[in-house]
Design a binder for this molecule. Structure first.
Ligand code: ADP
Ligand code: MG
Length: 260
C-alpha cells in the first residue's frame, strides 16, 4: 500500500540519500526523490548519467549500498541486506512494479496471447480462462486484440513493444517503469507506443520514464528530472526545465538535444 506523505498525495516511491556503486565507480550519488501516486516522472540526461540504474533500483534489478528506498510500501533491500537474506523478498516487491525495456524481450516461440498470460498463470496462479480473458482485454487496450494468435516475429517493433506493455500490465502493477521504450523503434512506429503510454497516464498510472523524446516528455510529465554523473541536478515541471532551466548543465544538455 502507498504510504501517506505530508499533504494529500500518497507517496509510492521514495529515495532518500541513495548511493550506488559498481565496484568503486559511483553510479548514483545521494539520490533523494519522492514519486506520488498517479504522477508521471520523466528522467532525462546524457548516456551514462545513471537514469537506467535509478529506475532499475525501483524494481530491484539493481541494489544500492546506502540510503533508503521504499517502493509500494516495501523497503527495498540494500546490497548488504540482499546478500544476508537472499533474493526471496524481492519477488514480492517486483509484483507491484512493471518494467518495459528498449528491447521488448518477448518469448519468440509463444503467441502474443501466451506472452501476456504466462506470468499471471505461472506466478500469480490465475486460471488459464481468467488469464486469457484479462489478456484479451489488455491486448484490446493496446490495440492488438486481432494479433493475439500471432508470434512476436510476425509483428512490427511498435506492435511488439505494445505487447510488452500489455504483458507488464497483466501483473497489475502499481508503478510502471519505462527505460527508453521507443529507442529501438523505427521513427514511424514511435507514436503508437507513446499513444499507449499517454492513455496509461490518463488512466492514472504512476510512471517513471526514461526517454529521449523531449516533446513527449514535455507533454506527459508532471515533473522532469535532469541527471548528470549519477546525481539529480535539476527537477521541475516540464515548462520550467525546458523553457527556463536554472542549472548550467541542464541548459547545455538541452541546447544539445533540442537542436536536432
Ligand atoms: P544511463 O541509463 O543514463 O545511460 P546507466 O545507469 O546505464 O546510465 O549507467 C550509469 C553509469 O554506470 C555508466 O557509467 C555505466 O557505464 C555504469 N554502469 C552501468 N551498469 C553497470 C554495471 N553493471 N557494471 C559497471 N558499471 C555499470
Ligand atoms: Mg540507460
Amino acid at each position: 500500500m502507498p504510504t501517506q506523505s505530508n499533504g494529500s498525495h500518497p507517496t509510492i516511491v521514495t529515495f532518500a540519500n541513495v548511493n550506488k556503486f559498481y565496484g568503486t565507480f559511483q553510479a548514483l550519488s545521494n539520490i533523494s526523490l519522492s514519486v506520488t501516486v498517479g504522477e508521471v516522472v520523466v528522467l532525462i540526461g546524457a548516456s551514462g548519467s545513471g537514469k537506467s540504474t535509478l529506475i532499475r533500483c525501483v524494481n530491484g534489478l539493481e541494489t544500492y549500498q546506502d540510503g533508503s528506498l521504499t517502493v509500494d510500501g516495501h523497503s527495498m533491500p540494500t546490497t548488504e541486506d540482499l546478500e544476508a537474506s537472499g533474493a526471496k523478498a524481492l519477488h514480492q516487491i517486483r509484483r507491484g512494479v512493471g518494467m518495459v525495456f528498449q528491447q521488448f524481450n518477448l518469448f519468440p516461440h509463444k503467441t502474443v496471447l501466451e506472452n501476456v498470460t504466462l506470468a499471471p498463470i505461472r506466478v500469480r496462479g490465475k486460471s488459464r480462462e481468467d488469464a486469457e480473458a484479462n489478456g484479451m482485454r489488455l491486448l484490446d487496450r493496446v490495440g492488438l486484440a486481432n494479433q493475439a494468435q500471432k508470434y512476436p516475429g510476425q509483428l512490427s517493433g511498435g506492435q511488439q513493444q505494445r505487447v510488452a506493455i500489455a504483458r507488464s500490465l497483466a501483473m497489475e502493477p502499481h508503478v510502471m517503469l519505462f527505460d527508453e521504450p521507443t529507442s529501438a523503434l523505427d521513427p514511424e512506429l514511435v507514436g503508437e507506443v507513446l499513444d499507449v503510454m499517454r492513455e496509461l497516464r490518463n488512466e492514472g498510472m504512476t510512471m517513471m520514464i526514461v526517454t529521449h523524446e523531449m516533446a513527449f516528455a514535455r507533454e506527459v510529465a508532471n515533473r522532469v528530472i535532469y541527471m548528470d554523473r549519477g546525481a539529480i541536478v535539476e527537477v521541475g515541471q516540464p515548462e520550467q526545465i525546458f523553457d527556463e532551466p536554472t542549472n548550467e548543465r541542464t541548459r547545455t544538455f538541452l541546447s544539445r538535444v533540442l537542436k536536432h
